[in-house]
Design a protein around this ligand. Structure first.
Ligand SMILES: COc1ccc([C@H]2OC(=S)NC2=O)c(OC)c1
Ligand SMILES: [Zn+2]
Length: 261
């Protein structure tokens, strides 16, 4: 399939639909969020994450992003509440970022593009396994956290970025244990929620998005660290892993709800 073509032959987001028809669906992600169109929903409950630091396993450069995977063989690290019914299991987290600080996020908020966007991917065990969950509208929940460049970087991001040196090239994997990703959450629990899709092919429309309003801060050299990852393997030319974000997609009448006024 397309997946095993060298990256230089991969069609861009405008052509994904040729091999993955869902990419042209009417519930695609990311989207632009305009506060004027957002509906405050006072019935939205707060969300809660209860993660087991022992569930963290490894960190990997898969040529498209930097990804931390967790043990999701039972309800060990789960997300509950908010717009969700039941407990969703944390499977992995990864990031999207730009070639410079003025862009990189997938969702755009009132015209603002953040330097990066962190995704924590959870799935609904009522659908048996992750593959089954991808086929269901309530199958997956992704918590999105925006990263902005500032002077008071979050020390908690250090742990992920320190590992970057061990996974510089595609296919490199390193142990990543005793890590509780909830330390990455900003102070505020305020969020937007809407129904959308994965942002890379096959772009299944199975995601309940929980986008946190408050960004977390990273330093300029932490962003430079992310940009020092290579899309290519260790015996190939260095090809900076940057701009791994999908542009905003048509909202198509969907309503974005806010947990806050
Ligand atoms: C198998 O797990 C995943 C995880 C993430 C994605 C993409 O969707 C979002 S959200 N971020 C992405 O990079 C995915 O796409 C098929 C599959
Ligand atoms: Zn993502």
């Amino acid at each position: 399939g397309v997946g095993d073509l060298p990256l230089r032959f991969h069609p861009g987001p405008e052509r994904w639909h040729e091999n993955y028809p869902m990419a042209k669906g009417d519930k695609q992600s990311p989207i632009e969020i305009n506060s004027k169109d957002v509906r405050h929903d006072s019935s939205l409950a707060p969300w809660h994450a209860s993660y087991d630091p022992g569930a963290a396993k490894t960190i990997l450069n898969n040529g498209r992003t930097c990804r931390v995977v967790f043990d999701d063989s039972f309800d060990r690290s789960v997300l509950r509440g908010g717009p969700l019914t039941g407990a969703y299991r944390l499977r992995q987290l990864h990031l999207h970022w730009g070639s410079s600080d003025d862009h990189g996020s997938e969702h755009v908020i009132d015209g603002v593009k953040y330097a990066a966007e962190l995704h924590m991917v959870h799935w609904n065990p009522k659908h048996g396994n992750f593959a089954g969950a991808l086929k269901q509208p309530d199958g997956v929940a992704v918590v999105g956290i925006f990263l902005k460049v500032g002077k008071t970087p979050k020390p908690e991001m250090k742990r992920i970025l320190e590992e970057i040196d061990n996974i510089k090239t595609k296919g490199k994997e390193a142990p990543f244990q005793h890590f509780d990703p909830s330390i990455l959450f900003p102070k505020s629990r305020d969020y937007w929620t809407y129904h959308g899709s994965f942002t890379t092919p096959p772009c299944e429309e199975c995601i309940t998005w929980i986008l946190l309003r408050e960004p977390i801060e990273v330093s300029p050299d932490q962003m430079a660290k992310l940009r020092s990852l290579s899309k290519n393997g260790e015996n190939e030319a260095m090809n900076p892993l940057v701009d791994n974000w999908r542009p905003p997609q048509p909202v198509k009448g969907r309503v974005v709800r806010a947990s806050f006024k």
